[in-house]
Write a protein of this length. Sequence first.
Length: 409
Amino acid sequence: CRAWKLATVAALASSGVLAAQADDVLTPVQRKVLAEARTEAVIASRKAEAELLQDLSSAALRLRFRLMGAGELAKFSGQELLDMLKANLESVEYTSNFGIDAVSRKLHPGNEAMDLDTVEKYGHIPSSWELKVAKSRLVQNMSHLEWGVLDAAETGVYGLPPFSKPGSPSKEEMVNRPKYLAGNLRRMDTGLEQYGAYAAVLRNGVVRDRALLAGVDSGFWESFCNSSVTPVVRPNWLERISIPCSPVSLAPVGVADHQVHTVLANIRTYENVGGSLPYFLYQFLSPGAKVRPLESRFYTEAALLGGIRMQDLKLLVGSFPGLFGTKEGAALRDFCKRHGVPLAWGFSSGRTWASEGDNQMRLFPFEPFEYWPAGKARFMDPVAGWSATNATSPDMDYEWERVWAEVAD
């Protein structure tokens, strides 16, 4: 059940410069936290496998598969489903979305967002704390509540040491904090586009060696479940009765090669709002699966220690509706060619993210009438995509440039 993977992406595994060993970029504090987390994760993941196997072997699960049109999954035994799940988790994408598309920039010209110039300036994709220490204008509008939630997640969920001066880290303290990734469990071709029009896809080996995993977005969990933290936006009554806090609070953080317990915590957190076990397996394993926009937010979170460098990237994905044929899209192509990072285009729903905001009545409250395809094929850019891989590019440069010019007009 790996048909949803792109053959072109598979070819990228051996391309470019291999990521350096984790010890080259990790601090002693980070190495200690990772080692302790790995010890707990091995035990917790093994225990979760036994719990999950019971559910995967049930007749009720197979009935649900058939009712939702996923009868092909009902043919597998519980052990086969578990093996398929674990195999696909080994290669699940972890993405960091950033930047805004051309339409959003025109609609909101004063909005600040990290862009490719920021990445060039720092030489990597910086974390929020790094931007704060540098007094970057990109984080000047973050409130003390947002910083408080972020700090609570990193010290509470991930076990990183607190700052000596709350909210004001030194440069030495700042480097211990992570950059966040999303485990793209619903296989969205543009990653989590609500966070940005550019999706940086990390090499799986980098995530395996340097990331801690939580069952849900840690900022969401702190805001929703930690009574000692003042949330930026308080959850409403419907969210309160629909989403339990205990699955994540009872699960230790995971690591990429021992994460069944974090996935199980994700399922149990969102099972009342569309993220139940049969729907998750259908959306994660079935080639023709459909996903409601809300369900794309049911991701696991990876806290990557050591920062995101260019050699850590498997590829960059640009939003075709939001960037293709624009000056921002041209800058993305140049960036990828300059750094040897393969560029692919994702089509998502076929609309810009700004257009999605115009559909609020249709999407409220659980987006029941909108469906996006899971595992949708991406298009490798002939100029900045294939050339950075070990695959042969189709001869279509002229046609590609013609289409680019047509869209730009």
